[in-house]
Structure formats: structure tokens, C-alpha cells
Design a protein around this ligand. Sequence first.
Ligand code: UDP
Length: 256
Amino acid sequence: MGGTPTDLKLIDENGRRLDGRRPDEMRPLRIEAGVLKRADGSAYVEWGLNKVMAAVYGPRECHPRHLQNTERALVQCRYNMASFSVDDRKRPGPDRRSHEISKIISEALTHVVFTEYFPRTSIDVYIEVLQANAGTRCAGLTAASVALADAGVPMRDLVASCAAGKVSDTVVLDLGKEEDNFGQADIPVGYVPRTGEIVLLQMDGDLTHEEFDKGLHMAVEACKKISDIQRDALKRRYSARTQDTEIDSTERSEAV
Ligand code: UDP
């Protein structure tokens, strides 16, 4: 969030944004489930210029052991941004921002996973941002919940996530990089469509109550659409898996 350079117009006279989107328009989103062989579950998300990979391991024995909870599983997320994911090379390794994002994503996912089914275990979620263009925490959370479902982890529902915000005094959906840098506010939202719960909500910048309500409503509506895209990715993955099994069993019966 910050002042706009004088020559940068975030919204033009026709109400279009820098990339031609209308205020309530999301960037194109593509999700693929089950992309990594060695993880228990995985998902790859391309969202505008963001490219994010999520991998899930577990439920497995929780390490370090003192973190074990005798009542439930621990959902531990590690969000990491690759050095080459941004314009100015990012210094490798964890920092304050990545700790914060890891924590809020862990908390959001803990709300939907039936953690009580797996006492003493850990469900480890790794989010790797390969290319960043604003909105990576939303893309990461969206990818992570598909990866959890792909790993067969029982959940109340998938979490879908999208940000709204304010640029040039207009409430907009899904901020791009320049809008994030030079806009007036950013509100990332994580939403559970089946229960209507909001499991992630942050706000950076200033908004009136009306603008906040409008932005939140926009983000929630977008999350409902994102949820459909997440489900489609899992359905495609499931049908591909079923076909693989059918091919396997045909080959086996032919061999007999
Ligand atoms: N960013 C960057 N270097 C950093 C951190 C962030 O260039 O070390 C960029 C990146 O494109 C990111 C954007 O700033 O997507 C917005 O970052 P923010 O902290 O708002 O999180 P995000 O919107 O990605 O969830």
C-alpha cells in the first residue's frame, strides 16, 4: 500500500484496471491436483501471474515430539517464496512475512481439517511460491486445501481464498502487483462455502465500513467460484486416477 506514482493510473476513465479488468473481475485461475509423485497430496495453482505449488505429507508422526497434541493433529504449514519469484531477488529462507503467512494459513486449514481423527500426528503443508504477483497467500491457501483433499485428509470443506481491496477510491477484487503496491487497501479472505465461515481475514490500509462490507462481499462471492474450480480440479484428478486403475487392472487381466 502506498502513494501512486503520478503517471500511474490504476483505473482509467472507462472504469478498467491496468490489466483491463473490471473492478469485480478476478484474474484467470487454473488449478491442477496431484502433480507431485512423492507427496501424499499436491496441487499447482496459476492465478494471473502467480505460480504456486502446494504439497502435503501426513498425517504422520509429529516432530518435534513436544509439539504432539494427544487430542488432535497439528496442521503445520510452511510458506516459502523462491528467490527467483519476484523482481528483486528475494533473500532465501524464512523471514517475518513468511512466518506470518505460514501461521495464518495453518490456522485457516486447522478450522476445516478433522484434526480430532488423528491425535499425536502432524499434517505438513508446504507452499512454494515460484512466481509472485500479489495475492500469493490466497493462492497458497487455495492450493493447500486442494492438496489436502488430494492427500485424502478428511475435511469439513475446502477453503477458498481471494483478496479484495481499494485502488483509486474504488473497491476492487483480486489486486494485482501494482494495485497491491500503490493501492489504498488490501483484504485477503479465506472462506468455507459449506459453513459460510471466514477462516482468514486480514486488512492492510484504510476502508470505510461500507467499503469494507462491499470488499468482503466481493471476496466471498469470488471464493464461491474458486471453490467450484477447486472441486473441478479434484474431479479431474479422481477420474484420471480411476482410469489409471482401470488400465492397470486390464493389463493385469490380459497378463493372466
Ligand atoms: N513481494 C516481493 N518481495 C517480497 C515480498 C513480496 O516482491 O519479499 C511482492 C510479491 O509480488 C507479492 C506482493 O509483493 O505477491 C504482495 O505481497 P504481500 O505481502 O501483500 O502478500 P501477497 O499479496 O502475496 O499475499
